[in-house]
Design a protein around this ligand. Structure first.
Ligand code: UDP
Length: 240
């Protein structure tokens, strides 16, 4: 039984990347789409996809570029990921749509909040591309923004680790995983969950955030049914 009616899932570009360390791995994409398609039924699931597997405005390959232009390339990278994800979702039998915050001609329909809400109401998946449509932002911030716009009950941030740790668990064996955190803990401890703008938006409008391991089989489906997995960041939570 679905616990939520409307959820925003943030998938970073890295979630589509395989061992090559760049681009889209077809097998990873298929697995990801299958997990989303299976979990999405019964929930109005919207997705914001990143572009870091292809291009980031802050990356070293953009160092000689004007930042706003480099960010434009980063946003276009998210459009490619979104197109790939929607195709893979359709191949899994899901009804999926893509909308872009940047005008990309006839290739992708523009962001249209009302249309997106209608699709979500019908239980279809909507993938939001091109971040906020503005340079100097991240797709994490775009995810918080879209979560507010669609009235999401919760935002889910898919990662490759099973929650938020006190330090990098790969480097520091004494790192502990938090089950719960307040937004202020995330900001004050610089836990690197998402950038400060993204967290501040969620805090201001009290949208809870769950950080979880998307590579754990069935994790997304369990969470959409209400499982307490990973780390929950919410207003007033005592750090534990
Ligand atoms: N970007 C941007 N504005 C936005 C969202 C993204 O300019 O609102 C650009 C920025 O250059 C960023 C790139 O798109 O580096 C890819 O997004 P992000 O780094 O957030 O992707 P992720 O890390 O989630 O894969």
């Amino acid at each position: 039984m679905a616990r939520y009616r409307r959820v925003l899932l943030k998938l970073s570009g890295e979630a589509l990347m395989g061992a090559a360390g760049y681009g889209i791995d077809p097998e990873v994409l298929r697995t990801m789409a299958a997990a989303v398609a299976e979990a999405a039924s019964g929930t109005g699931l919207a997705i914001v996809v990143g572009g870091g597997n292809i291009f980031r405005g802050v990356s070293s390959s953009a160092r000689d570029m004007d930042r706003a232009q480099a960010d434009l390339m980063g946003m276009l990278a998210t459009v490619m990921n979104a197109l790939a994800l929607v195709e893979a979702l359709r191949a899994c039998g899901a009804v999926a749509h893509v909308q872009s915050a940047l005008a990309v001609g006839t290739a992708v329909p523009p962001f249209d909040r009302r249309r997106a809400l209608e699709c979500l109401e019908r239980g279809e998946v909507v993938v939001f591309a091109a971040g906020t449509g503005n340079p100097f932002f991240t797709t994490d911030t775009a995810a918080s923004l879209r979560a507010l716009e669609i009235g999401a009950e919760i935002m889910l941030k898919a990662t490759k680790v099973d929650g938020v740790y006190s330090a990098d668990p790969k480097r520091d064996p004494s790192a502990v995983r938090y089950r719960r955190l307040g937004y202020d803990d995330v900001l004050a401890r610089r836990l690197g969950v998402m950038d400060a703008t993204a967290i501040a938006l969620l805090r201001e409008f009290r949208v809870p955030l769950r950080v979880f391991d998307m590579t754990s089989p069935g994790a997304l489906a369990r969470i959409l049914e209400g499982a307490d997995e990973g780390t929950l960041v919410e207003e007033g939570a005592r750090c534990e």
